[in-house]
Design a binder for this molecule. Structure first.
Ligand code: NAP
Length: 176
């Protein structure tokens, strides 16, 4: 089977992935010792990662060792080019990038957001699966996971898992 592009991301119940100034503290509301909500297992199924430049910058702001040394990481950007020891900036055509990756051997391709990248991918119907963790919190305002202006698309719900913390995880296969 060909490699799939999988969005694995968390949003508030009202649809936000961060505040407008990139605060993601609401995610820690579901922090539970020993519970990773399937993230570790998921990491074993992917070997390539796609990020938006702003999400990558947010990671850099944590000042932690780069957590995806084992993966090929693309950071989408029109403002930066080149590469460093961890990532490669990509500002070309997304359809071409995904098509190239799907023609290569490998595990699945992990999209970690943020919202602008999700928009770019969905606009071209390039996401095959979505694993969305809904945090029991109303953020009120901020950066949306699903920005307006995308084509309509339907999906099949493959699985839903609810956790004692209140997090609900929805697994979708995209159609069309
Ligand atoms: N809740 C969660 O699980 C979760 C997950 C991921 C991220 N986040 C949060 O989301 C926030 C960032 O999201 P965001 O929507 O503002 O930004 P983003 O999607 O992370 O990054 C946007 C940037 O990506 C580049 N980009 C997007 N589409 C592109 C395309 N088709 N071609 C080339 N470059 C493209 C552009 O970079 P240039 O400006 O350099 O051109 C754009 O400014 C952060 O606060 C992050 O922490 C939350």
């Amino acid at each position: 089977m060909s490699r799939e592009v999988i969005l694995y991301i968390a949003m508030s119940l009202d649809g936000y992935i961060a505040t407008e100034d990139d605060n993601i503290d609401f995610l820690s509301k579901v922090d539970v010792l020993g519970e990773d909500y399937g993230y570790g297992d998921f990491q074993h199924q992917v070997d390539t990662l796609i990020w938006g430049r702003k999400t990558y910058d947010k990671l850099l702001s944590f000042g932690i060792p780069f957590p995806h040394k084992d993966k090929k990481c693309y950071v989408l950007s029109k403002s930066r080019t080149g590469r460093n020891e961890d990532i490669e900036y990509y500002g070309g055509d997304l359809v071409e990038l995904i098509s190239k990756l799907k023609n290569e051997e490998g595990k699945n391709i992990y999209c970690d957001g943020g919202g602008e990248v999700v928009f770019s991918l969905l606009k071209n119907k390039l996401i095959d699966k979505m694993i969305i963790s809904i945090i029991p919190h109303l953020l009120g305002a901020g950066k949306r996971l699903f920005n307006d202006g995308r084509p309509e698309q339907s999906m099949d719900l493959m699985k839903s898992v609810s956790y004692p913390s209140g997090l609900v995880q929805l697994w979708y296969d995209m159609k069309d």
